[in-house]
Design a protein around this ligand. Structure first.
Ligand code: GDP
Length: 411
């Protein structure tokens, strides 16, 4: 039935950048306990113990429509602060091995200053190949939030589209696919209000959708947008627009596909209110903590790392959203604090938010004991990452022992 969707609940009424003040958070807690009619799917997304009860559709099924089309270009969007967790594994197999894949690393506005763009692109290329993109066309950095890279994205796909190939946008939930579509349509001078919905809630797009995207106005202003890059041997290439005109080729269409679920994303477990405080919404400012032996750090109520160091203290640098609380305590006090404060108004162990959610949320369980000699980083599945240096062992606990991605080098 037509009803109120979770994304329209007061939770969406945070600040324009998605952040919440403590007072707004309180309001939200109150509002979410009021009886509001919402659709069943949104209700499940908001209230259920999603890990044990939710069914995640298979990427293989969700991308079947893309796979059966013989040609076309795939634009794979990833969240740059959640990489490689937000890169769907074996993408080329899922979309058809021969299709060129343009990797778009979105949300670059969140990256701290110190991340070097060239090194990042090298790493993205390496990991794209490592995780199963066979025909990598190129890698570009974008921010749907401030428009960076959108013109370059058009430049990359326009010649393909003009030559009659469809463009398929694919990506895990929450990487900003809908926001990018809005940006692309805006750049093409189209009415963005009629476009897809952008929501903080994962899984908002259901089924493959054709997106009206007419590049003619953009092409009028920037004729060379349809030119294909000259090959290195210097031979000139006829612009795709000219070829298409001569052969009377219909331009291809732009398709959005359903958001895919990655096992490494913790964001699936969170409801709308929790996502609003947990995912970074502004440029990340790294926060450093020194942890001595027998100390523990909690990241909200979502991750716990116990430190056993053999020599010097460990250095932790957190690259997470400003509103996600980081709390350090002695390991012998950690269980007690967790039992008392998780989800509570004391606010240093959120999310989950509220006693009800704390009761139904998967409890923290030891995932792995990781020996460290030097540096590692741990990705928090959509919530950022932590770079750790030191010597000893880290005991990492996650909701129901869910896996965390490990990288040797900082992104
Ligand atoms: P989708 O599930 O991939 O379609 O993702 P959405 O477009 O719905 O975006 C998910 C969340 O990420 C929303 O809260 C967006 O406002 C946010 N978002 C999308 N793109 C960007 C970006 O470039 N920068 C930042 N900071 N946030 C973004």
């Amino acid at each position: 039935p037509p009803s109120v969707h979770a994304r329209n609940l007061p939770a969406a009424a945070g600040n324009a950048d998605g952040t919440l003040t403590p007072a707004q958070l309180k309001e939200l807690l109150k509002a979410s306990s009021n009886k509001t009619r919402i659709c069943q799917r949104c209700h499940k997304l908001q209230h259920q113990n999603v890990q044990s009860k939710r069914h995640y559709p298979d990427a293989d099924k969700l991308l079947a429509d893309v796979r059966i089309n013989k040609d076309g270009m795939v634009v794979c969007v990833v969240d740059v602060v959640d990489f490689p967790a937000s890169l769907v594994r074996n993408l080329s197999q899922l979309v058809g091995i021969e299709k060129p894949v343009l990797l778009v690393a979105n949300k670059t506005d969140l990256l701290p200053e110190r991340v070097q763009r060239a090194a990042l692109i090298t790493r993205l290329k390496r990991d794209a190949t490592r995780f199963g993109i066979v025909n990598l066309h190129d890698v570009i950095l974008t921010s749907a939030a401030n428009g960076v890279g959108l013109f370059e994205l058009c430049e990359q796909v326009a010649p393909f589209q003009a030559a009659g190939h469809n463009i398929y946008l694919v990506g895990c939930t929450n990487v900003g696919k809908s926001a990018l579509i809005r940006g692309l349509r805006e750049l093409a001078g189209m009415d963005v209000k009629a476009g897809p919905v952008t929501s903080i809630m994962p899984g908002t797009t259901v089924g493959m959708v054709e997106i009206p995207w007419d590049l003619s106005r953009l092409v009028e202003k920037n004729e060379d947008i349809l030119d294909v890059a000259e090959p290195e041997d210097g031979a000139s290439v006829e612009p795709a627009s000219k070829q298409a005109e001569e052969k009377k080729i219909q331009p291809g269409s732009l398709y959005d596909t359903p958001g895919l679920f990655s096992n490494n994303q913790i964001t699936h477990l969170l409801n709308h209110t929790e996502l609003a405080i947990a995912i970074p919404s502004k440029q990340i400012r790294p926060v450093a903590h020194e942890l001595r032996d027998a100390h523990t750090v909690f990241v909200g109520g979502l991750f716990r790392i116990d430190v056993e160091s053999t020599e010097q203290p460990f250095n932790f640098t957190f690259y997470t959203g400003a509103q996600l609380p980081i709390h350090v305590c002695r390991t012998d006090r950690a269980d007690g604090l967790y039992a008392k404060h998780r989800g509570m108004n004391t606010q240093f162990m959120l999310p989950p938010i509220g006693p009800e959610r704390a009761a139904e949320f998967p409890a923290l369980e030891l995932w792995r004991a990781i020996p460290v000699e030097g540096a590692i980083d741990l990705c928090f599945g959509g919530l950022g990452w932590v770079y750790v240096t030191g010597q000893g062992t880290l005991h990492v606990s996650t909701p129901a022992g869910a896996p965390v991605l490990l990288q040797r080098e900082p992104p």
